[in-house]
Design a protein around this ligand. Structure first.
Ligand SMILES: *[C@@H]1O[C@H](CO)[C@@H](O)[C@H](O)[C@H]1NC(C)=O
Length: 339
């Protein structure tokens, strides 16, 4: 009974966390729903779990029909990924993009609000990089001719930056620039955001001697990093501003960033991956998005983002990769994000 009450309390506090976001028109925190596991609950149960905890945004990595079916009428905003291997097809012609749309998206458009379709995840600077822009353009034309407000974008990761520190010195790497430059001009012309996967955990884990844990976890009260006139008290803002600076160097200063993934593993790498640290990071991330303060460089930016991920995924690589879930596959929380 005590266990049940504790669980109920946990469920209620989680609920409150996302419910606070429900009052906002923008800037909510969503959760990525990855399916690289052989023990995950049914998509129907997962959608119920999102609703039970008032998580109002979901990002999925490809158009899984079962998930899309389960989302019908759920009122959960969806960011939908195009599989990386489908990008060249979408790039080949508007007809091909239309076929992809007819099979994967069109059956659901009356029942699911699809905010963004992201063409590829962490593709640049690898294979298919040069197909992203034409794929985005073809798909955007298809969406427009179907009178949908859905916007196309792509998901990049920190590796597209060459220099990343200090934030004002950040630039896209020579291998990424030829692709990303045209993409961000296109995003600017469409008033669409760039999606960026940003994990303060990784630089911290790579260099815990020099990067302070409280800086990586939004726990410092004073700014630690000075960059010209700007002061940084958390690593995520520094990483975000690196991206804003890099875009400015390409002549683009009006593209917002949505944090398409962030989070902290709760196991897999000794004492820097514990449920307590994961809870602290994710809880503070939610507060940071909710405080409407933007970043030092873009104080007016409306931050928006997704926690990675809903579940632990047992078919990922061993180590931290299997331990990012807010929930275990049995749908119990791995930790209390308000603890
Ligand atoms: C992990 O353990 C090492 C060695 O005892 C210690 O120096 C470090 O501060 C610990 N880190 C955390 C986050 O507890």
């Amino acid at each position: 009974m005590a266990g049940f009450r504790a669980l109920l309390l946990l469920a209620l506090t989680l609920n409150v966390s996302f419910a606070v976001l429900g009052r906002r028109t923008k800037g909510d925190v969503g959760v990525c729903y990855g399916l690289v596991g052989d023990n995950l609950p049914s998509p129907k149960d997962v959608v119920s779990l999102y609703k039970r905890h008032n998580i109002r945004k979901m990002r999925i990595f490809e158009p899984y029909p079962e998930v899309l079916e389960a989302l019908r009428g759920s009122n959960i905003d969806l960011t939908l990924g195009v599989k990386n291997t489908d990008i060249p097809t979408l790039a080949s012609s508007e007809d091909a993009a239309n076929s992809w749309f007819i099979s994967n998206v069109h059956p659901y458009v009356n029942d699911i609000r699809i905010t963004y379709i992201s063409v590829g995840n962490e593709v640049i600077p690898g294979e298919f990089s040069d197909s992203i822009l034409p794929a985005m353009q073809n798909l955007q034309n298809v969406l427009r001719s179907n009178n949908l407000g859905t916007r196309t974008t792509t998901v990049v990761h920190s590796a597209v930056l060459g220099t990343s520190f200090p934030p004002s010195a950040a630039t896209f790497s020579d291998s990424a620039r030829p692709f990303i430059s045209g993409i961000i001009q296109f995003l600017s012309s469409q008033k669409s955001p760039l999606l960026v996967n940003l994990y303060p955990y990784f630089p911290y884990a790579a260099d815990p001697e020099n990067i302070r844990l409280d800086y990586a976890q939004f726990r410092t009260t004073e700014p630690l990093i000075k960059d010209g006139a700007l002061r940084y008290s958390n690593l995520l803002d520094a990483m975000l501003d690196g991206f804003f600076s890099a875009m400015e160097k390409e002549g683009v200063n009006d593209v917002n960033i949505i944090i398409s993934e962030t989070g902290w593993p709760h196991d897999g790498n000794g004492n820097i991956t514990t449920p307590g640290l994961a809870a602290t990071y994710n809880r503070n991330f939610i507060h940071h998005v909710n405080d409407f303060e933007g970043t030092p460089k873009r104080p007016a930016a409306l931050l928006e983002g997704f926690i990675f991920a809903m579940f632990d995924e047992d078919l990922k690589d061993p180590g931290v990769e299997q331990h990012w879930g807010l929930f275990s596959p049995n749908m119990q929380p791995n930790y209390n994000i308000f603890g």
